[in-house]
Design a protein around this ligand. Sequence first.
Ligand SMILES: [Zn+2]
Length: 212
Amino acid sequence: MILRDKAADLLTSLSPGTSRIALAGSIRRGMKNPKDIEIVAIPLYEHTLHFREVGLQGEMFGDRLPVPESVSLLDAELDKLYASTSWKLRADRGAGLRARFLIDRDGDKLDLFITDARLWGIIYTFRTGPAQFSHGLASLALKRGWHIESGLLHRHARPVRNNRRVSCLLGEECHLIADTHEEHQVFQALGLPWLEPEERTDTCLNQYLWGA
Ligand SMILES: [Zn+2]
């Protein structure tokens, strides 16, 4: 099976566990011979009450205390995928909160990036790449006196502490964060014309970075 078809199957399998899912990387850019599959997804969560034993007397629940728990339905779909196909987690890559790295019996790889609605624009753009293009976007933000941090564009320079640039002290609460829920807003915020994924190349940002 060609990689593009595998990618389409993965989207179909995983989408019930997500509120949004899309192909990124070289397949989205329409490359002739894509090397691996990159997918960006926003999981759906099921909020349940989990009863935890506590060694104390509780008036309403006896010894069991209800603890709200959110369960990722994307993880549930991944478990089904592992059980019914040859896709499995790669042994050489840890499974973080923000990504899963899978491999199948043919050695094809899936990088699954997990995000949320607020971070979507930047994560989706950066994961569509190519890598030099993504680096270029980050450089362009710096050139404007801003910075991109954890999937958000802060319209101010990184603060300096002990001669070192550090993260924004306000983090996600910073009021200088641009609205980049959607990919087109990332381009807009950085003062770029919209570029279709297949137009994004290693060099196409050079004129903005260095002047034409
Ligand atoms: Zn900030």
